[in-house]
Design a protein around this ligand. Structure first.
Ligand code: IPE
Ligand code: IPE
Ligand code: MG
Length: 247
C-alpha cells in the first residue's frame, strides 16, 4: 500500500514509539501461559514493523523490556530474552529485504552477554540500511537513560560544567534520533511506565484498548490518522509570533 492511500494529504509522524502492552492479558483471556502472549506479541511486532516501513515512518521505538520488568518471574524474563535473541538472529533476511536498521536504547550493562552480543551484531550488520530504523528499548528506563546521561557528563569533569538541554540530549543513548512525534500505548493503561521520559516532552499520545497481540496494520493506521488531527503547539500560541526561545 502506498503512503498516499493510507493517509491522504497529510504527513506521517517521523518517529513513533510504542509501549507494546497486553501480552499477558491476551494469554490469560485464552487460559494460556503468559509466555504464549509474548510469542504472539513478537509476531505483532514483525507485522507492525513492516506496516510502519510501508507507511514511510522513519523511526520506530519499540518498548521491549523495561528496567522494571526484571521484577517478573525468572521463567517469564528468560522466555522474553530468548524471544529477543531469536528475533535478532532469525530476522536478518527480513531486515535486509526491507533495508531496516536495528538500534538499541537502554543499558546493555544489565543484559545477558549473549543478548548483548546478538544486539551488537544486528546493529552492526544493519548499520548501512537506509530504510526504517527500529530502536529496541531493551533494559530501558527513561529515568535510567537520564541517569546514564548525567553520569557521562560528570565523567567529563573536573571543573564547572554549564548544563544545557543540548548537553543532556547529546549524552542520551541516540542523540541523532529526533524526539518521537507520537507515542502509542496498547492495552489501555494511562501511564508512561518510564518510557522515553526526556524525549516525549512534546509527543502526542495515543492509547488503544486493543491488546498488543491483536494489533494489525489497521490499528497503526488509525493511530496515525488520529495523530494527523492533532494541533501541536509546543507551548506557543498558534499564529502569533513570540519571542525567541531562550535556549
Ligand atoms: C507487555 O505485555 C510485554 C512486556 C512488558 C515485556 P505484558 O506482559 O505487560 O502484558 P500484561 O500487561 O500483563 O497484559
Ligand atoms: C511497559 O509495560 C513495559 C513494556 C511494554 C516493555 P508494563 O506492563 O511493564 O507496565 P506497567 O507495569 O503496567 O506499568
Ligand atoms: Mg503490562
Amino acid at each position: 500500500m502506498s503512503e498516499k492511500k493510507i493517509i491522504p494529504g497529510a504527513s506521517v509522524p517521523v518517529h513513533i514509539g510504542i509501549i507494546m502492552d497486553g501480552n499477558g492479558r491476551w494469554a490469560q483471556k485464552r487460559n494460556q501461559n503468559r509466555t504464549q502472549g509474548h510469542l504472539e506479541g513478537l509476531k505483532t511486532a514483525k507485522r507492525i514493523v513492516k506496516a510502519a516501513g510501508d507507511m514511510g515512518i522513519r523511526y520506530l521505538t519499540l518498548y521491549v523490556f523495561s528496567t522494571e520488568n526484571w521484577k517478573r518471574t525468572a521463567e517469564e524474563v528468560g522466555f522474553i530474552m530468548g524471544l529477543v535473541k531469536r528475533y535478532l538472529i532469525e530476522e536478518m533476511d527480513f531486515y535486509r529485504q526491507n533495508r531496516i536498521r536495528i538500534r538499541h536504547t537502554g543499558d546493555p550493562g544489565g543484559l545477558p552477554p549473549d543478548i548483548v552480543r546478538e544486539l551488537r551484531q544486528a546493529c552492526d550488520d544493519t548499520r548501512d540500511f537506509q530504510g526504517l530504523q527500529v530502536i529496541l528499548a531493551l533494559n530501558y528506563g527513561g529515568r535510567d537513560e537520564i541517569r546514564r546521561a548525567v553520569q557521562r557528563i560528570v565523567r567529563e569533569g573536573p571543573g564547572e560544567i554549564t548544563v544545557t538541554e543540548d548537553l543532556i540530549r547529546s549524552c542520551l543513548d541516540n542523540p541523532d534520533i529526533p524526539d518521537p512525534d507520537l507515542i502509542i500505548r496498547t492495552a489501555g493503561e494511562l501511564r508512561t511506565s518510564n518510557f522515553l521520559l526526556w524525549e516525549a516532552a512534546y509527543s502526542e499520545y495515543y492509547i488503544s484498548d486493543i491488546l498488543w497481540p491483536d494489533w494489525t496494520e489497521a490499528e497503526l493506521q488509525a493511530a496515525v490518522l488520529d495523530f494527523q488531527s492533532r494541533e501541536r503547539r509546543f507551548g506557543a500560541v498558534p499564529g502569533i509570533q513570540g519571542r525567541i526561545n531562550h535556549e
